[in-house]
Write a protein that binds this ligand. Structure first.
Ligand SMILES: Cc1cc2nc3c(=O)[nH]c(=O)nc-3n(C[C@H](O)[C@H](O)[C@H](O)COP(=O)(O)OP(=O)(O)OC[C@H]3O[C@@H](n4cnc5c(N)ncnc54)[C@H](O)[C@@H]3O)c2cc1C
Length: 281
């Protein structure tokens, strides 16, 4: 357990809001913004969802001036699996707290059982709030249409590949197809989207976006790159040095294991790090 905690530390800023804020301050000193994510999934009782909403509000108020007040939340942690109305109420509370401190809330996208529910909840909240954005996953067949709809409404979108295991009936499963979908969707967002977030560590996609924005004369103030805490930190700095905006997703909290496990499953490099951590000391 101690070794796992040690290994998780690369991907998780700490177990407390204070630790997350410390990481955000350190990033800011490097010219990098953060979005803070209180870890936790599939909350099945109302008290836990309310605790999660409250913890997000506490964090938003804890972030000092000079560091952007930006959090990412999963609607299942706000009670989406319990009741739509209850979830909306909890999420609206977080959005109000963010609004009071000039902050922004990104709604993460979860597995396909929640795609439509998440988009519906987001749309409901969007009617009342400007400080909220959504995530779309390039591996889903539906995403090109969702991207076009988001552009038409001026919604702020973070585009990622998608982290959950989805069946071939609804998702591309080969990396080349996922990349092709990503390229298509990201170009639509860069052309006409509302400050899209390009969330990937995939160098071929990062390079594609750099080349495309240069060729199309799209200024670096119109989009931002996003990467996960612990992954490719050298690349964060080189992007900033080249004039790009970068935001890092900073997970924190005691429920770190599922998140950590997904990062390990995703990448050989991450596994290599784990093996080095276990065997190389
Ligand atoms: C900010 C952010 C938010 C996210 N939010 C969500 C969400 O709400 N919902 C969701 O489902 N998923 C989310 N994800 C996860 C995402 O969907 C992917 O699962 C994850 O980012 C892995 O895909 P990738 O494109 O980053 O690169 P991968 O597919 O992991 O890697 C592809 C290629 O990237 C390059 N690469 C990767 N790492 C390195 C490295 N360390 N050094 C050099 N090259 C490297 C290599 O060329 C590699 O072959 C998010 C990701 C980010 C960055």
């Amino acid at each position: 357990m101690k070794a796992l905690t040690f290994l998780a530390r690369r991907f998780v800023a700490g177990e407390t809001a204070e630790k997350a804020v410390e990481a955000g301050i350190a990033l800011k000193k490097r010219g990098i913004n953060a979005t803070f994510d209180l870890l936790g999934e599939d909350v099945l009782d109302r008290e836990a969802a309310m605790r999660s909403a409250e913890a997000n509000k506490v964090l938003l108020r804890l972030i000092p001036d000079g560091v952007e007040r930006n959090v990412s939340i999963k609607l299942t942690t706000m009670g989406l699996a319990i009741s739509d109305d209850f979830c909306l109420e909890q999420t609206a509370g977080v959005l109000d707290a963010a609004k009071a401190v000039g902050g922004f809330v990104r709604i993460d996208m979860e597995g396909s059982a929640y795609t439509q529910k998440t988009i519906d909840a987001f749309q409901t909240l969007r009617q009342r709030y400007d400080n909220v954005g959504i995530v779309l996953q390039a591996y889903l067949h539906r995403t090109e249409d969702d991207v076009k709809a988001a552009i038409a409404r001026g919604d702020r979108v973070r585009l990622c590949k998608g982290a959950y295991k989805e069946p071939p009936e609804i998702a591309w499963t080969k990396m080349d197809d996922i990349r092709a979908s990503y390229r298509k969707c990201v170009r639509l967002l860069l052309d006409k989207g509302n400050y899209p977030a390009v969330a990937t560590h995939d160098e071929s996609l990062v390079e594609d976006v750099i080349g495309y924005t240069r060729d199309q004369g799209i200024g670096s103030e119109r989009y931002e790159f996003q990467m996960l805490y612990g992954l490719r930190p050298g690349r964060w700095d080189s992007l900033v040095a080249a004039g790009h905006r970068v935001r890092i997703y900073v997970p924190y909290g005691t429920h770190w294991f599922p998140y950590f496990y997904r990062r390990l499953r995703e990448k050989k490099e991450n596994l290599f790090f784990v093996f080095k951590g276990i065997f190389g000391r």
